[in-house]
Design a protein around this ligand. Sequence first.
Ligand code: IMP
Length: 423
Amino acid sequence: MANIIVVGAQWGDEGKGKLIDILAQDADYIVRYQGGNNAGHTVVVSDEEIILHLIPSGILHRGKKCIIGNGVVLDPQALLEEIDTLRLKGIEVDSNLLISDQAHLIFPYHKILDRIKESKGSFRIGTTGRGIGPCYVDKIARCGIRLADLLDTDVFKEKLKFNINEKNKLFKRLYKTKGVSFNSIFKQYIDFRNQISKYVSDTPRILNSAISSGKSLLFEGAQGTLLDIDFGTYPYVTSSNATAGGACTGTGISPTRIDRIIGVVKAYTTRVGEGPFPTQLPKALMNKIRDRGREFGATTGRPRKCGWFDVIIVKHSVLVNGLDEIAVMKLDVLDDLRDIKVCIGYEYKGKFFKNFPANIELLNKCKPVYKTFKGWFKDTANIKEYKKLPSEAKDYLKGLSDLVGAEINIISVGSNRSQTIYK
Ligand code: IMP
């Protein structure tokens, strides 16, 4: 089978978890390449909902190797909690999980910094508060601590001392708050190390030899293109490359070894946290879509803002990810709407924009220009074949495909694995 990247083409929460779970059946390795436990991938198996934050969803399939790549930032406490939850459900983790020794570690001071920054009104991003951004800051500033460092007690001690010393000065002098204790964090992380060292591996070597011996890899993107640090609605983004390129830098696999990239979209749009959202719905309709689509964050439980499908942002995703195809999730959520709008451009200061702008002011203040599709007003949740979809639903899908310039081969009409239509 091919090596496939699955990437979110909107602001995250597109339903990647379900798609990964389906594609994992044919993959040998399922690989996370960026982000951390800010992600929340929901999978429904036999009517039971399982939410994974760090471990690739492939773990739910017996015998699949699951890799946490070097591009991921790892909170060991969150990892151990997730492992425990999976074990309680009878899911085997130990023989299937491998973690890159180059992955950076999240420490309590990262979470504190995340919360302090979020409490400073003007730069509020609406983060998940998991310490993701501050951990990537240390990575880029070259003072981060990786799993390889944790395995060497002397190196770990020295690096942790340096970091805590620096952060405590920041906490006390700049933020006027109390610092953290070296001794307790050191002890706690040595204890974590004793529990997770068995998973730590040279994952780029393992993955490259797997490809050479004919195995197939499925790369599980987290968040989405519009939350990408380079291509998203900066600064209202996460701190990693959620786009397809991140799958290579976040795992040590060359772009030449990737065969297929699938973008995942919802049939409408959602977003959590702060930042521009041009197609946001008026309150009553937003509440209706939110309830039908159960649009509440899988990690923080926050209600997601809902909006019409935005062609401009998905076209941007098609471009920067090199997408030939998109999977459309949650089509059924639109089942009882008379009219369905799709944003085909932005109007700002008398000008029409049909491409994604870097200017955040424009995105904040623009007026979306809509094309209206006729609703199908029929239940699609039990439809298994494309040809059996109502003609208006097929028109809608064809319209989306033409407008964004990518094929639609997979359509989801419910959370169960079986509620999937392959065109
Ligand atoms: P952070 O990743 O916690 O730093 O949050 C930065 C932004 O990304 C915030 O707007 C979050 O709401 C958003 N975000 C992070 N992870 C996810 C996700 O898995 N789904 C949707 N939004 C996310």
